[in-house]
Design a protein around this ligand. Structure first.
Ligand SMILES: [Zn+2]
Length: 412
């Protein structure tokens, strides 16, 4: 057993703060949480975290471990071997963890390598967050991210790809409800790739095995289709309209926003370090438009969660694996108070990906996924950069002295 003590503790739920607190960890699980002296900790190893805040490990609801700025998704398929890519993914997972992310949902890659990596991490062969993996996104033939191998055009082929993914070990399914920006010859962002009935096939296949569906959706029509189909999360949720020069809207469709809120669908707006440079890439006003849309969705009662889409650059701007906190700072820029940002990064994100009972908050019985940061992120969100300790399932995995290449290049 380990007893972690710190002057401040956040449970992950807003307004739940303990002063002079301790967490008792027994094996992989949290045994108890309370104020100093409250835990029956005879024989436990004591870890004093002076000047620190203890809080749940953070959740990145949208990553692509199989990509970084040195992987061209369209051409590397034929050249980078799976074994080389798997090593790259392991290093990307370590980087993600080094930012305090103890659980991540991978929403698309090739050859089911995410399943291998997930299992290797659980077995202790690699260092990384717990992974929830979608494997091949379901998309149209030649559609958004077709090169990941999940092409399907009608209900029967959607069912087939869904079942193959689940057979291979997928924890969730990903449906490309619209076009996207990473597929040059694919459909535009505002184009709806599937109708609600087709997306519902994937939702049913997932539900049969107790699993959830994430829908990539930029365009308003695709967002509406995914919402009606009963997906758990909508990714990006950009409200792009036909003919728009960028994947971003100028105006939200408030009827669609209201139905997202009413059905309790979570939205992952994929806020990341690269999004701070939107104006440079898409023109002045794009960043303000994003911030405005986020604030309006939140005011309408939509549950927004943290997720970075890391792996994929935004028009050439690197979206770093270890820059998770920069994405959180964007929520703050959109008006969230720090407690709500932390909720979006912990309890809410864990609920959204189906792990609300397992992780995302500091409670007895939950997985001992936690971090300690120097300072107080409730007062200064940037203190989330100052990691003192990262624990995954009760194992300390802080690796402050490990420094590998920024991003390795594949030389065939
Ligand atoms: Zn993505």
């Amino acid at each position: 057993m380990k007893l972690l003590r710190a002057p401040k503790l956040l449970t992950g739920r807003p307004d739940e703060v303990l002063l002079d607190a301790e967490v008792l960890v027994d094996g992989e699980l949290i045994k108890g949480v309370g104020v100093r002296g409250s835990q029956d900790a005879d024989g436990a190893e004591l870890v004093e975290l002076e000047g620190c805040t203890l809080m749940p490990g953070m959740v990145d609801a949208h990553v692509h471990l199989g990509f970084d700025r040195n992987v061209d998704p369209l051409t590397k398929k034929s050249t980078e071997t799976d074994s080389h890519l798997l090593l790259r993914m392991a290093e990307n997972a370590r980087k993600l963890l080094s930012a305090g992310v103890t659980t991540a949902r991978d929403l698309g890659g090739r050859d089911f390598l995410e399943v291998e990596l997930r299992d290797a991490i659980e077995a202790g062969l690699a260092v990384g967050p717990h992974l929830v993996v979608a494997t091949r996104p379901i998309t149209n033939t030649g559609g958004h991210c077709w090169y990941m191998g999940g092409e399907a055009d009608d209900a029967e082929s959607i069912r087939r790809v869904a079942r193959e993914n689940l057979r291979a070990g997928a924890d969730c399914l990903k449906v490309m409800a619209t076009g996207g920006t990473m597929t040059p010859v694919g459909p535009p962002t505002w184009h709806a790739q599937f109708g609600p009935g087709q997306i519902r096939v994937a939702v049913e296949e997932a539900a049969m095995r107790g699993k959830l569906v994430a829908a990539h959706a930029h365009g308003t029509a695709g967002i509406k289709n995914a919402t009606e189909a009963g997906v758990r999360t909508i990714e990006h949720c950009s409200f792009a309209v036909e003919g728009a020069p960028t994947p971003f809207a100028r105006e939200l469709d408030m009827d669609v926003v209201a139905s997202i809120a009413e059905r309790g669908v979570y939205v992952c707006p994929t806020l990341n370090s690269a999004a701070w440079h939107l104006d440079e890439r898409y023109g002045p006003g794009t960043f303000d438009n994003l911030v405005d849309r986020l604030a309006k969705m939140r005011a309408a009662g939509v549950k927004l969660i943290a997720g970075t889409d890391c792996g994929f650059a935004i028009r050439g701007v690197e979206n770093r694996m270890d820059a998770y906190v920069r994405g959180l700072e964007l929520f703050a820029a959109a008006g969230w108070d720090n407690a709500s940002v932390i909720e979006a990064a912990t309890t809410l994100a864990a609920q959204a990906i189906g792990l609300g009972e397992v992780t995302g908050s500091l409670d007895a019985g939950k997985r001992a996924d936690l971090i300690a940061v120097r300072g107080d992120p409730l007062a200064h969100l940037a203190d989330l950069h100052n990691l003192e300790l990262v624990m995954v399932s009760g194992r300390c995995v802080t690796q402050s002295q490990v420094d590998t290449a920024g991003s390795s290049v594949w030389l065939p």
